[in-house]
Design a protein around this ligand. Structure first.
Ligand code: SF4
Ligand code: SF4
Length: 154
């Protein structure tokens, strides 16, 4: 390598460093001009964007046990059991007036498997299954992530 080659390499290195630092400072000033971007969680909580998907909730009183949610779920984490209603039993309807022909016995979701794709809530005909804004439900025992919505039956 000649001395001229060496000087060329030093020049390239200096130019590249200068260019890289230019980008770094550009981004730095852009961020600075926006003010603080780090929030002091959990004292401060950010606003969740519209349509964000948190913990699922099923208002089981409006569930007609159709199992469409379980069928569409890509990870099979919705567990439903239902029996046919006795012909002699009192007719039950959802808030929207849909007649319940099945007696829901079990509605559980293993939220540790859920990928929050939103498919289940989008196919639910009575809109009783939906994503809440809740995102703080970490547990030490994974079994506690199996949510039993029958507990919320009125
Ligand atoms: S959000 Fe997606 S993965 Fe989660 S329970 Fe619903 S369908 Fe299954
Ligand atoms: S799709 Fe809706 S109504 Fe049907 S079983 Fe699921 S939660 Fe119940």
């Amino acid at each position: 390598m000649t001395f001229t080659d060496y000087l060329g390499m030093v020049k390239d290195a200096a130019l590249t460093t200068f260019k890289g630092m230019g980008i770094t400072f550009k981004v730095f000033w852009k961020v600075q001009s926006k003010g603080d971007i780090t929030i002091q969680y959990p004292e401060t909580r950010d606003h969740l964007p519209l349509g964000s998907r948190g913990l699922l909730f099923n208002d089981v009183d409006d569930c007609i046990s159709c199992k469409q949610c379980a069928v569409v779920c890509p990870v099979d984490c919705i567990y439903i059991e239902a029996d046919k209603k006795e012909a002699s039993s009192t007719a039950e309807f959802t808030k929207g007036g849909v007649k319940k022909t099945l007696d829901l016995k079990r509605f559980e979701i293993d939220v540790s498997l859920c990928c929050y794709c939103g498919l289940c809530s989008s196919v639910c005909p009575t809109e009783c299954l939906y994503h809440t804004k809740e995102y703080e439900y970490s547990v030490l025992d994974r079994d506690k992530h199996i949510m039993n919505y029958m507990d919320y039956k009125r």
